[in-house]
Design a binder for this molecule. Sequence first.
Ligand SMILES: [Zn+2]
Length: 445
Amino acid sequence: MRASGAGARPGQAETGLPAERGLPAERGLPADTPGQADAADPAGGAGQAKASDDVFTELTGQGSVVAELRQAAAAAADVLSGRAGQRAGGMAHAWLLTGPPGSGRSVAARAFAAALLCPAQGCGSCPSCRQVRAGSHPDLMLVRPDGLSYGVKQTRDLVLHAATAPAAGRWHVVLFEDADRATEAAANALLKAIEEPAPRTVWLLCAPSAEDLPATIRSRCRLIVLRTPSSAEVADVLVRRDGVDPQRALAAARAAQGHIGRAHRLATDADAARRREEVLRIPLAVTGLGPALTAAASLVSAAEEEARAVTEERDQPERDALRQAFGEGSTGKGVAKAVRGAAGALRELEDRQKSRATRAKRDTLEVALLDLAWFYRDVLAVQLGAQVELGNVGREADLRKLAEATTPESTVRRIEAIMTCRERVALNVAPLLAVEEMTLTLLPG
Ligand SMILES: [Zn+2]
C-alpha cells in the first residue's frame, strides 16, 4: 500500500520512501486521472466558488453528485466556523463514492477533498487546491493498494496517523481509491476508525459499487453514486479538452463504454486502438480449434503488452526518484547509512512494482474481455433488432455477419463464457488456461 501526502513524509510512510509524492506516476494513471472539462452543474448549490472553474468542473455528467458534494463542503465549513447543523445533510466523517470504472469516482473524491481543505471550498486556484491536485497536500493522504489488496498493518498505521490533528487546521482527509481491495482484516481496522471517527478526520472510500464493501462499513458511510456518463458526454470532453476529431471521439467513447480514461486512450494512443482491433478480430477468426487456441494466446499476450507499456512508464521514474531521494552524490558520514537504506527501499519498491505489474496484467486482460463481451452484446442487439446504440462503430458488417450465422441463444452462451473467464482470471486461474477455455466456446455452432 502506498500513502502519499502527509503519509509520505520521510520516515512516516511505511515504505520509508521520502520522494513518493509528486511522482510522475501519480499523475500518469490511465483510469481516472484525465481531467474532465464539463461543468455540468449549473445550480452550483452552496459553493462560493464560480461553477465554471472550481475543483468540481472536472466531473463529467455528474450534476447531482456535484451539487451534493458542494453542499457537503459548505456543511463542513460550517462545522469549522462553529455554525454546525444549520445546513441540510450536515457533515459526515465517512463517505463512499461508487461508480463504474472510469466514471470518475476518484476524480470526484479528489475534488471533494480539495473542497474540504480549501478555505473557499474548492476554488481550484489557491495553494491548498494546487497541493491537492499535485498530491502533496499535508492533510490529504492518498492511499492505493500497490499490490492486489490493502493489508491490515498498513491500514492500522494509517488509522493512527489519520487521528492526528490536521496540519493546516481544517480536516484530515484520507482517500482510499480502491477500498474494495481491502482484505478482511484491513476492513475491520478501517471499520473501527469509521465507527469512532476522530473529530477532524474525513474518510473517502471509492469502490465500483456499495456491495463491494462489507455491510458494516457501508452502513456507516454516506453514499455518493456516480453514473456512467453517456457516449455523447464522454466524446464532448475528448473534443473540447483534447482536441480530438468529433467522429473519432464518438467512436472511442462508444467503444470505451462510458470509461473516460479509456476513451481518451483509444482516441489518442494508436497502440491501444490497434490492440483493441486485434481483440475484435477474434470473433470472426475463431473458425476451428487451431484458430481458437491462437486467439487465446494473442489475447493474453496483447494484454501483457499493454500492461508492460503502462507499468514501464511508471517504474523507471519511481526508481530514479528513489535514488535521488537517497542523496545520490551526497558526502559525509551519512552516506554509508543512506546506501544501506537505499538498498532496502529499492528492494521494497521492486516488490511493489512487481505486484503492480501483476495487477496491471490482470486489469488489461479484463478490459480486453469486456471489449469482447461488448462485441457479442452488439451481435445480440442486431439479432434481436434492439434499438440500442451499438458500441462497435465501424464494425457493423462483422456484427451482421455473425448475427446471421449464429443464434441469439449461442450469443448469450458466449457472453456468459466470457464473463466466467473474467471471474476466473480475477480468481487467479492461469490466464492462458482460462482464456483458451473461453475461446473454445466461440467456435461456430
Ligand atoms: Zn482553493
